[in-house]
Design a protein. Sequence first.
Length: 58
Amino acid sequence: MGEVVNLNRVRKERARAEAKTAAAAKRATHGRSKAERTRADKEKARADRLLDGSKLED
């Protein structure tokens, strides 16, 4: 016979695991210094300009 499983406990453990991964993503996004954020913004702007400059005209 199978093992008895408490469905509420399983649901709560799954929710905790999802919250933990979401928190890690938030920490990676918001846990940076101002210099790191400005550098990332400048790199993104540069990549956007490069991509826009590479578009073909119709």
